[in-house]
Design a protein around this ligand. Sequence first.
Ligand code: AMP
Ligand code: ZN
Length: 136
Amino acid sequence: MKKEDCIFCKIAAGEIPSKTIYEDGQFRVILDLGPATKGHALILPKGHAANLYELPDETAAEAMKLAKKMALRLRDRLHCDGLNLVQNNGETAGQTVSHFHIHLIPRYEGDGQKINWVPSQPSQDELEAVRKEIAD
Ligand code: AMP
Ligand code: ZN
C-alpha cells in the first residue's frame, strides 16, 4: 500500500481527526474507534512502517518507552486493574491496518474480554525441535 493511502499516516499527521491522548514529534496516541475496553488506545508512529518487521530500530525502542509511559497514565487516570499490550503483524495475526501500531488495552475485573490462546501440550522433544529451528 502507498503511504499516501494509509489511514494511520493521515491520522498520525493530524490530517484526519482522532481522539488524541498524546502527541510528540514521533508519535500520536489515539483512542481506538472500536475499543475492547474503556481507554483502549493505539500508539501510532508518524513515520510509515507497515509492521514490526519494517519498523526502524530507534522507532521500536521509542515506541516501547512510550507504551510504558502511556500504560502508567492509563493505570493512574482510569484505575484499570491490568493492561494488555497487543501488536499484530499480518492478516493471519489479526492485523487489519497496515501501519505499525501498538494496542494498549486497559483491563478491568469482570470486563469479559479475552486476549488469549488455547495452550497446546508439546513433548520435550517437540519443543527441542522448535528450539533448534529458532536458536542461534
Ligand atoms: P489491528 O487489528 O491490530 O490492525 O488493529 C486496528 C485497530 O484500529 C482496530 O482495533 C480498529 O478498531 C482501529 N481503527 C481502525 N480505524 C480507526 C480509526 N480511524 N480511528 C481509530 N481507530 C481505528
Ligand atoms: Zn502509514
